[in-house]
Design a binder for this molecule. Structure first.
Ligand code: FEO
Length: 169
């Protein structure tokens, strides 16, 4: 069973994941308009992953006896200066997400809820991978600077990403 403090914190994270999905969808629209289909694909997969994260949290709250609730979302940013700016914003955003999961884990430890700690471990591991993959793309974008051919090569690479469903609950 989850106590109300944990239910409230997990509910906030469900909506934050959906908000993250919204941010990625806005970025996909920017890349589609910029004729960068690989980056549009990459951000669309990120959108799907964030929705899957929300679903995983939602299922856990329900299964652990909590009452899941949806909260209001902010409008995401829709305009960007460059692909590099987008990926730098993504890294900053994912660092915020990592901090939120660390805080959730601290709370689960304080409340001595072992099931929540085991559940949250998956997200903490996932965040390491998320930050690393975005950091890699940023490094590549910095290396090519304003070289259009280099940008197209990165775009083609990001076109290969596919969505892998995650285990729910
Ligand atoms: Fe749901 Fe990108 O973390």
């Amino acid at each position: 069973m989850l106590n109300q403090k944990l239910v409230d914190a997990l509910n906030e994270q469900i909506s934050f994941e959906i908000y993250s999905a919204l941010i990625y969808k806005a970025m996909q629209a920017y890349f589609a308009a910029e004729d960068l289909p690989g980056m549009a694909n990459w951000t669309n997969i990120q959108f799907q992953e964030e929705m899957a994260h929300a679903e995983k949290l939602f299922n856990f709250v329900c299964e652990a006896g909590g009452r899941a609730k949806m909260l209001a979302l902010n409008e995401p940013r829709n305009e960007y200066e460059s692909p590099l700016e987008v990926f730098e914003i993504i890294l900053q955003h994912e660092q915020i997400v990592t901090g939120r999961f660390n805080t959730l884990m601290d709370l689960a430890q304080q409340e001595k809820n072992h099931a929540a700690q085991i559940f949250l471990q998956w997200f903490i591991t996932e965040q390491v991978e998320e930050e690393a993959s975005v950091g890699h793309i940023i490094a590549q974008l910095k290396r090519i600077k304003d070289d259009g051919r280099g940008l197209l090569m990165i775009d083609q690479e990001l076109a290969k990403r596919v969505f892998t469903p995650i285990a729910a609950g």
